[in-house]
Design a protein around this ligand. Sequence first.
Ligand code: NAD
Length: 289
Amino acid sequence: MSFTLPTDIENRPVAVIGAGTLGRRIALMFADRGGLVRIHDRSAEAGEAARGYVEENLPRVAAGIEGGRPGRVTVTDDLAEALTDVWLVVEAVPERLDLKKEIFGELDRTAPADAVLASNSSSYASGEFIDRVEHPERVLNIHFYMPPVQNAVDLMSDGRTDPRIMELLKKELPRYGVFPFEAHRKSTGFIFNRIWAAIKREALEVVAEGVSTPQDVDEMWKINTGSPAGPFHMMDRVGLDVVLDIEEHYAAENPHLPTGPRDLLRTYVDAGHLGVKTGRGFYAHGDED
Ligand code: NAD
């Protein structure tokens, strides 16, 4: 199979599929160099909320990158319209394998032949959802963290990704203020998520063993690393149910992981204390969060 790399990138749109928490943030980043970004979501409400989010944040983000200027963001519920002439598609629909399989089949059939097709999935390697794709050489993971604040991204092949795509993205993404790092092998959690998972796990284990408290661990973390928030506060923000799901996923692959962190998380989840979203987790949360 041969794949021709996209050219004339500066003048072609980027499409973002799914306009939720991450999709709107990804769209924001690709709109910061004056170009066109098309957002497609099957929910008109999510599309409009994403448009509002981008309009509110784009001037500031564009001003922060070299050569940046606010681009144009359009929203459509018509997938074919969203994909017209794009050089890159980033999928950010919910984390369900059946949905990813369906969408990648559709993207492969509908997007221009030279478009790169990327998934923002947090836990699935792109090789797991290409069974309906005829051109796996143009598919990969581009995993974002929390743009516009955390702008490192992981790149990971689906096993058959054209290596020239990695080089293209390493060259192009920094121009949008997005900084790519390639995982050189298949890896659940890519690069940084794995490291962060280990930090969360050990922090939880220290508390599960009764060695310390969430408050003290966070205080030490802040003093020693200079970060504004410690791991327990960060977990509260993400949601302890989500943190538990992620840890279960790692544990399913590696049975040697300690059970203390999951047991501790489960006591909070079972009590309905999920963190910021329920007003209580390791901390009690008010409006400031
Ligand atoms: P979300 O639920 O906030 O948003 C998903 C959006 O997709 C919704 O607006 C929904 O209407 C839309 N959607 C659902 N089915 C669709 C379809 N068939 N076609 C078009 N749009 C559709 O989800 P999210 O938190 O933004 O996560 C999206 C992806 O990003 C997931 O794969 C997740 O693992 C990944 N991710 C999330 C985070 C995070 O912190 N939330 C971080 C990194 C990666």
